[in-house]
Design a protein around this ligand. Sequence first.
Ligand SMILES: [Zn+2]
Length: 54
Amino acid sequence: MKNDDHIVIDNFNETMDNICEECKKEHESVNQNLIMHSYKICNSCNLSKRIFPI
Ligand SMILES: [Zn+2]
């Protein structure tokens, strides 16, 4: 039953991949913005959204 731990870790990594939903690029800022703003977005996309709000 030791394998249970691995399943939890795998799922965690899957949701915490650093891929921006806007540009589909991987960046470490994606995780920070996900925690801060609940948006899975990188800093450059986040900045462009602030300058050009839809
Ligand atoms: Zn982006």
